[in-house]
Design a protein around this ligand. Sequence first.
Ligand code: SAM
Length: 641
Amino acid sequence: MNYTIPSPTSPARGRGLLAARAVRPGDIIAVFDGAGTPAIAIPDSNHLAHTCSYCLATPADNNDTTTTTPPVKLRACTGCRVVAYCSPACQKRDWQLVHKLECKVFQRVRASTSASGHVALPTPVRALVQILLLRSDADRNALVGKLESHVDDFRRLPPGNVNDSNRSSAEAVSWQDMELQAMAALHYLGRAVGEREKNEALEVLCKLQVNSFNRLDADIGQTGLFLHPQLAMVNHSCLPSAYVQFSGRVAVLRAYQAINEGDEVEISYIDQALPLSQRQASLKARYHFTCACPRCAEDLDVYQACQRYPHLQLNDLSLATDLSELIRQQTSPPLSKTKDFSKAIAQVQASFTSLPTPPRSSSGATTTADAGSTEDLRRRWSLCQPLLLADTTHSTPFAIHPVPEILTDAVIHFSSRANYAAGLALSSLLATQVEPVRNPFPESPGRVKGLLTLAKLLANAAAPAAAAAAAEEEWSSSPSASASPRQKPQSKALQAAEKAILAVLRTMDVPTTCEVLLLLVLRSASSSTASPSPRPATSSDAQHQNNNNHHHHRMLIQPYHHEAQDILQDIRALPGRHAEQDLVRKLLDQRGRPGPGLGSSSSRTQEEKLFLEMVIVKPLREIAGLARSVMDAEFGGAAVQ
Ligand SMILES: C[S@@+](CC[C@H](N)C(=O)[O-])C[C@H]1O[C@@H](n2cnc3c(N)ncnc32)[C@H](O)[C@@H]1O
């Protein structure tokens, strides 16, 4: 056990989880098993048909044509026809765990719902049903008995209070809704709905609100609810020292920065990128406390917050080799303290709060997920203009909320239209100047995912670049005559931006850049205490091996590992790249190097740094420089009001 949970030291914060040994950034602090000890791990109710209810694998895990993994086929339970499984083994395990009892509840739900109606119970109601079904009081007590409920605070919430924190279950709303949820659970359980039963159910619902996590899947976003009594002891900070990752039914607590033995481990319950007022509101609405972390106390903007992490040096072998300089530019004087900028921030925030919540893209990857309509993106981009034009003494502060979210959605917008060059420009900007500021630790999941997206876009954009080069030679034609299918004719401005991007691409050694990006993705798996596992036959099989800590450590790899490995294999199969491969190997070889990740900067030679800077970072920065033109061309920039 790498942690301790002593009795509360501070009445304000209650209990907390302390590191029992010193850990380095990326190290696994602890693994919380959602199958063994009393725990709840369920898919979101509106994903039940697409997610294995035991191992939580989804067919979308294998949606990508770049992977060779056989697709997961799900079969519905023949009893309730509500939940589905990827294998008889998963079905059997879930049956023994809880479904034997739960199946009857779902049958009752089905019987009382019209044939066309939505049969599943909302996610928190299903979690409540599972808790109330637990066979013994001892089990139930072990799971929820000692958890903080804040029941009186919830009772006082104004009607219609909507919790929007990313740790919450989408359905979480007001006290009145919770009362309805409690009654629904008791009704379908066939139990008495007396005052005592209702209060007991309400208390459990409150505990779920305060203590459960949303399982975040690699590519689908929020896919379920996870509750574990020990993991629930981790307190919050807006400058967290750790983060939680999910892998099937397992939650992994990973260090985000070095933590000393005996220090408290803190995670962020909410989206750290949000400005102070929104962070405080989210924390208050669901967790009922006012955060007093250094970031809140001093109202640090995202650049200042980044400066507080001791990770800047780790970035010199990443796509943000200039992170210290980027931060220096924005923090002297502090961006958010300049008059123009505070005004711009206030203006942008006010206009955004009056917008209906845009559908959040869950992946940031090249999917056609709901990134918002073109119209919605135009509106959001135009509302951001005061922020982007505010202060000429600083370089453009692209990392300030909500710019990164809009750029991420725009990547999806362009990818779904097969305009990979435009997507590449935005993705390069995110990977070189935005994500490193928001996630200063180079191996954090947000960064790793961005690298993989970038590698894929680069590969896709390079194909038309090559085609366009050939076409230009022969016909002097424009890049719009290239191979990629287009849905709509493009504006002249977008064509010009795309031409400039393709021109940079033609100067690049794309396979080598992709290879380096993919190796950066893979390093995040190998530098932690987890060692990469051999590729599992299917993701569900992998989960089945998951029955002790040793196995957990073997399979707790970054979610993007296998995909990166697949693409890397294709690149390495290209002929005539021996010299390049040798260089890349030299640059990224970790053997014999101290420290986390790729070793300390002092052990790197000038030649290696120069290679990274010239071959990878410089051209990507050049492409990133075209992102603003791409956005303005497609979404109107300052011209649209
Ligand atoms: C998931 S629980 C964490 C464990 C909790 N401290 C306990 O003793 O049960 C969340 C609750 O812990 C408290 N908490 C967490 N982080 C805090 C912080 N930074 N400041 C004050 N209270 C905090 C709040 O009461 C919050 O609702």
